[in-house]
Design a protein around this ligand. Structure first.
Ligand code: ACO
Length: 313
């Protein structure tokens, strides 16, 4: 059987920071309210950069960390909801910027669950023998589709990108992936077409919050059962970074102390598809995540979509 292991990780954040104090000058809010309700202190925000710029920088860092040449990549998948253009895909733009051509390259749109979806697809390509070295990226510039007059929503989003190189291997890496969707919840979290101005995110925050907590509880059970594992087998929770209170609820479900949860929401805000690979890269680079550790990645987002990946790093 062909396994797929994470050979390298990378990430990139645009240099401009939007702090809670900055937001206090834009909408009727306070640093205290934002931090207490979300756990966010600051987020990064693009100025001129586009999603493909962030994605390419993250990819370069992942390629360097894996110690491979870009030419070795034979599949590129970018999870994004905020592509530079309707088409072509961000993945083909990244391919060009990396100076390679020929391999399949496409985007996946599952909002905040996008990285788990992309990893799932890359895993299937490698397991089936169709690819050997996949570049899997989560990249989003949600501040481009944020309404900075909606205080209950604009405080959440940040921009960034994270990437992994997933390589065929004899030893286990990705142990299982689980992805789901339910289109009945379209209008809970969406970007409606707006005749009178730019299209921006509209969210029923409270309802999304409750659904996210309940659904993530179920995905934890599903993932552990599929792998016949106990909660205590998980070394690190690497969750989508939507809100610290959602992260705390999932940690509680896993009987896991918060120091086993990789938290970046305070510094990055919610970067949608980028948040899991950004968190992963952060904890790999600072030495918390070590080879052999068992990682549980999970996400919930617009659609609704949700999913998880259990990975031996
Ligand atoms: N500053 C001060 N007060 C505010 C702010 C603000 N920025 N925003 C809202 N309020 C007020 C409201 O007006 C309301 O006041 P009222 O009681 O006088 O009417 C009060 O605070 C409570 O508002 P709620 O909307 O109920 O606040 P809530 O506790 O639900 O927090 C939040 C809002 C942070 C958005 C939360 O609901 C949340 O995090 N939801 C989940 C988001 C998420 O997980 N999304 C999914 C993934 S993202 C993706 O897929 C793209």
């Amino acid at each position: 059987m062909i396994n797929a292991r994470i050979a390298g990780t990378g990430s990139y954040l645009p240099p401009t920071i939007l702090s809670n104090t900055d937001l206090e000058k834009m909408v009727d809010t306070t640093d205290e309210w934002i931090f207490a309700r979300t756990g966010i202190k600051q987020r990064h925000r693009v100025t001129d950069e586009r999603t493909s710029d962030l994605a390419t920088e993250a990819a370069r860092n992942a390629i360097a960390s894996a110690g491979i040449e870009a030419q070795a990549i034979d599949l590129i998948i970018v999870a994004t909801t905020t592509p530079d253009k309707i088409f072509p895909s961000v993945a083909t733009m990244v391919q060009r910027k990396l100076g390679i051509s020929g391999c399949p390259a496409f985007d996946v749109q599952a909002v905040c669950s996008g990285f788990v979806y992309a990893l799932t697809i890359a895993h299937q390509f490698i397991k089936s023998g169709q690819s050997r070295t996949a570049l899997v990226i989560g990249a989003d510039t949600f501040t481009r589709i944020t309404d900075y007059t909606d205080r209950s929503n604009c405080i959440l989003w940040g921009d960034g990108a994270g990437a992994v190189i997933l390589q065929a291997s004899d030893t286990p890496g990705v142990l299982s992936t689980h992805i789901h969707a339910d289109g009945n919840y379209e209008t809970y979290l969406h970007v409606p077409r707006n005749e009178d101005g730019p299209d921006t995110v509209v969210m029923e925050g409270n309802a999304v919050f409750k659904m996210a907590v309940n659904t993530l509880d179920q995905i934890v059970d599903e993932t552990l059962a599929a792998n016949q594992m106990q909660k205590s087998d998980i070394d690190w929770l690497v969750p989508h970074q939507a809100n610290i209170r959602i992260l705390q609820a999932t940690a509680k479900k896993l009987d896991m102390p918060m120091d086993k949860v990789v938290v970046t929401v305070d510094q990055h805000g919610n970067t949608s598809a980028a948040s899991i690979p950004l968190a992963l890269d952060t904890a790999v680079r600072d030495g918390r995540i070590q080879r052999g550790h068992i990682l549980l990645m999970e996400a919930f987002g617009g659609g609704f979509t949700w999913g998880s990946a259990l990975v031996k790093y």
